[in-house]
Design a protein around this ligand. Sequence first.
Ligand code: DGY
Length: 317
Amino acid sequence: MQKVFITRSIPQPAIDYLNSYGYQVSVYRKDTAISNSELIKNIKNSDAVISLLTDKFDKEVLDQMKNCKVIANYAVGFNNIDVAYAKKKNIIVTNTPDVLTDSTADLAIALVLACARRIVEAEKLLMQKKFTGWAPQLLLGMELKNKTLGILGAGRIGAAVAVRAKSFGMKIIYFNRSRNNSLEAETNAKKVSIEKLLSVSDIVSIHLPLNSETFHLLNKDKLSLIKKNSILINTARGEIIDEKELIKLLKKKNIRCAGLDVFENEPNLNEEFYKLKNVVILPHIGSATEEARTNMALLAAKNVAAVLSGKKAITPV
Ligand code: DGY
């Protein structure tokens, strides 16, 4: 009987799906990320693993996998897995694209609105019973119409954010390796250099994968190009921004507000984030909708079943 190990509880339909193939499915049931030693213990003899973005599959871990044919990552990002080394070991790696695009794009727009309209600050004022009545200058924000949204990374999620932003009357520019013709047709977006994007956008939203090219892509130099008083949104990966430099800019109020769903060292945030007023911070919930998480789980399970039945993976990376 082929063994499938799942590193944490995921929606039941995926487990039912795997059971219908007769696999021996085991799930790490503690409600914390699995430790490295527990991970190694459990994957040694597995034929397939469904992993989370919090599980690190480096050389040391991959070398422990004796029978594994597929690691199905329950995420669209796969920076937690040494894919090149997995390939050498003939382990197929898959991810969960498409099914979380809308949820993540919705959250990016939620952060845009929260930053532009100072939603969190406004709620705090009310909850602290400091609301003394309507006032002409109370919590003035920024309108989105006619503002420029710069999309860093015009893949599926970046494009979905652009389409939503278009409906707010925003102008779209994007930075991407290749041209995205359908995005241009749908939103009239223009491809520009990263330097231009940072210097003219009123809102910058990051939708790049994390890899050696994008690690600290927004370093001190690039961050210094960001137009004064603009908004920076990150729902991709924290490591794309040099957080220490971002914090300096936020303190100087060079950036109006940062809306961040992801951080360099999750779950341990730089303490400064808790003190800043011009941030909206969320605990990595981009794909956290019932729809997305169920479909991510099912897609991971289908990838496992495809590979274990000798077929092609559905969404290999
Ligand atoms: C992903 O899938 O990479 C997201 O970060 C999960 O929310």
